[in-house]
Ligand binder design. Structure first.
Ligand SMILES: Nc1ncnc2c1ncn2[C@@H]1O[C@H](COP(=O)(O)OP(=O)(O)OP(=O)(O)O)[C@@H](O)[C@H]1O
Length: 264
């Protein structure tokens, strides 16, 4: 099978600093790949180099067999690269419907074509159809992520890039907060918070799994939450200081690897 995406020796600079120091990464069509690593090692920079938000200094990026490293963000998006940035980037004061319509307008989809694209998103994420008139900002974290993914799907991407889909709702962190609060003898409130966080992560997990089952779509996700990666990814890459230090099938992401390369 020929690779959908291939990064070879990619070097990217930010303000004179060499942030990526020769990244090699490959994805096949339909694969879910987790890009992992501690804070500041270059994961988001790698994603931005692929989408074109940052330009690469040297090395090559092939998408569908063609070099894309010199193309603009728009051209890469039209070639089939969909991107959901960190923080999801939805408009909190606009309704779900308006958020999706903006996606259609930006990508020039109209009429029957636009309607079909929307129906596909509603089929995948029925909760969005139930909440069309709600403001984006009042949705739960899991629902906001579905909205952001839904909007990115309106371009019919071959590759969907997700930057930290569980960001801000990691139960491990909330658990710790919960434990601290429990020690302060206030168990009621944190239990509710933990329930919501687990629900959000469950929703995001199921959204990614659903995409995996129903689309010939490859997904590259940056994620620090190891259990989530083990649940959804086929393979992983772990980065350290601007290079990939270990990669393999997700089953080879052992606790030792986590301890050596991922744990803070
Ligand atoms: N706009 C910027 N200006 C200067 N340095 C930056 C900028 N953006 C990122 N960096 C630096 O580049 C390095 C890599 O950042 P990057 O965001 O790619 O890391 P990351 O692995 O995604 O980590 P995180 O999980 O913290 O986002 C960091 O050391 C960061 O300080």
């Amino acid at each position: 099978m020929s690779a959908l995406l291939q990064l070879s020796s990619v070097e990217t600079y930010i303000g004179g600093s060499r942030i990526l120091r020769g990244v090699d990464l490959e994805m096949n069509p339909g694969e879910v790949v987790a890009l992992m690593g501690r804070n500041g090692v270059g994961k988001t920079t790698t994603l931005r180099s692929i989408t074109g938000v940052l330009s690469v200094r040297s090395g090559s990026i092939l998408f569908d067999g063609k070099p894309i490293e010199k193309l603009s963000i728009d051209v890469r998006a039209r070639a089939g690269i969909g991107y959901v940035p960190q923080g999801r980037d939805i408009f909190p004061h606009m309704t779900v419907e308006e958020n999706l319509h903006i996606g259609l307008v930006v990508h020039g989809r109209k009429g029957a074509d636009a309607k079909a694209a929307l129906e596909r998103v509603y089929d995948l994420f029925p909760v969005l159809k139930d909440m069309l008139k709600r403001k984006g900002g009042v949705l739960s974290g899991g629902q906001q992520q579905q909205l952001a993914i839904g909007r990115a799907l309106l371009t019919n991407p071959k590759l969907l890039i997700l930057d930290e889909p569980t960001e801000g709702i990691q139960p491990s962190i909330i658990d710790q907060i919960g434990d601290t609060l429990k020690k302060l003898k206030a168990p009621a409130a944190p239990a509710a918070v933990i329930d919501q966080a687990s629900k959000d992560v469950a929703e995001i997990t199921s959204a990614v799994k659903k995409l995996k089952e129903t689309h010939a779509l490859a997904i590259l996700l940056v994620e620090q939450y190891v259990d989530f990666c083990r649940e959804v990814a086929d393979r992983f890459y772990a980065m350290d200081r601007g290079v990939v230090v270990v990669s393999g099938p997700i089953a080879s992401l052992t606790d030792e690897v986590v301890k050596e390369h991922l744990q803070v």
